[in-house]
Ligand binder design. Structure first.
Ligand code: SF4
Ligand code: SF4
Length: 178
């Protein structure tokens, strides 16, 4: 990410779109105490990931930089930062909203697309396998859970719902750089 900000690259519309998520307008109250970023377990693993910096960028409307940052996907949504913020800034909710905007713009990690395709194909992000079936049996459970695995006809209903939500279109969409 470049440290130079060109005002012509700032998008007030993007900022407003983030603020559609209730409470996220509180990012304007951030006084840069670093409480969120200093306690982030993900930042310990990857110093380039900085939730405080991301929120600052969101407040400035840095759409292109945020949506195309590979670090957008690093947050594990543990919510530690949100719980620590003395200003009540919903850090994670804001980040999730930014991710949602990215996805609606066709920006998704290939791994997430694969999982999305799995949901469309099987109704599960992680379809059951023989090993899991065996473990379920040992625990005294039915071999397959009462999901589309047991009721395959319901998969059509799942597919219908995903289509109504536009999920299949998002998964099929090629990435558009914003
Ligand atoms: S903890 Fe809250 S106030 Fe402090 S830097 Fe993070 S968002 Fe800003
Ligand atoms: S929710 Fe994300 S940004 Fe916040 S502390 Fe956890 S990993 Fe870090």
């Amino acid at each position: 990410m470049s440290d130079t900000i060109k005002t012509s690259n700032l998008s007030p519309e993007f900022r407003e779109e983030i603020f559609e998520q209730p409470g996220t307008e509180k990012i304007t109250l951030c006084f840069n105490c670093t409480g969120c970023s200093s306690g982030c377990p993900m930042a310990e693993q990857e110093p380039e990931f900085n939730i405080r910096k991301f929120l600052r960028m969101a407040n400035l409307g840095m759409k292109n930089e945020l949506l195309n940052s590979p670090y957008l996907w690093y947050c594990t949504t543990c919510y530690k930062c949100q719980e620590r913020c003395p200003q009540g800034v919903p850090n994670v909710d804001a980040l999730l909203k930014i991710r949602t905007i990215a996805v609606h713009n066709g920006i998704m990690l290939p791994a997430h697309k694969k999982v999305g395709q799995m949901v469309i194909n099987s109704g599960h992000a992680v379809p059951i396998n023989d090993d899991t079936k065996e473990k379920r049996k040992k625990l005294g459970l039915d071999e397959v859970p009462p999901t589309v695995h047991r009721f395959p006809d319901a998969l059509n209903e799942v597919k219908k719902l995903l289509h109504i939500a536009g999920f299949d279109i998002i998964i099929a969409k090629k990435e558009e750089k914003k």
